[in-house]
Design a binder for this molecule. Sequence first.
Ligand code: IMP
Ligand code: MG
Length: 180
Amino acid sequence: MEKDIEYILVSESDIATNVARLADEINDVYTSLGVDELIVIGLLNGSIVFLSDLIRKIHIPLSYDFMRVSSYGSGTVAGELNFKKDIEVDIIGKHVLIVEDIIDTGKTLSKVTELLANRGAASVKICTFLDKPERRVIPVDVDFQGVVIPDKFVVGYGLDYAEKYRQLPYIGVLKNSVWE
Ligand code: IMP
Ligand code: MG
């Protein structure tokens, strides 16, 4: 697995530093808003590694649930998503924090945010561990931004290529030879 990695972009210690910083920001923002209950919604499958690290540093009482969506292949309407698994919690009047592994084009998060806001959440905020702003097609308001990365395909810390490499403890750039 390691042999398929060109180089490490975000090391284990950089991940830990950024997770702690994001949790501090989340604690500060919601505390100052007087929010005493959060619903954390993770997008499967990529977000689970980050989510499990992050929630253990959040001090506001919370519950979590998961949603699975996938983008339609090329040639379909931009921004259209295939919802494969919905959350099971009621979010009416609740403060929702969406946790995502990476924002690329923004199609996934713009749709998910709209959907959750339309269900009557009191607030919907976004926390992403990685952000590739160069690739953005649809603007997304990121409330808690982890690490901004260049336009490279990365794996590890939950992110996959063909469902593999998710367990790598760092974020690495995949070698071109793996694609070919
Ligand atoms: P968006 O809708 O284009 O923002 O897509 C975001 C989703 O694409 C993420 O949740 C990932 O599943 C996937 N993705 C985007 N860039 C990468 C990458 O560099 N490595 C692995 N998955 C990625
Ligand atoms: Mg994903």
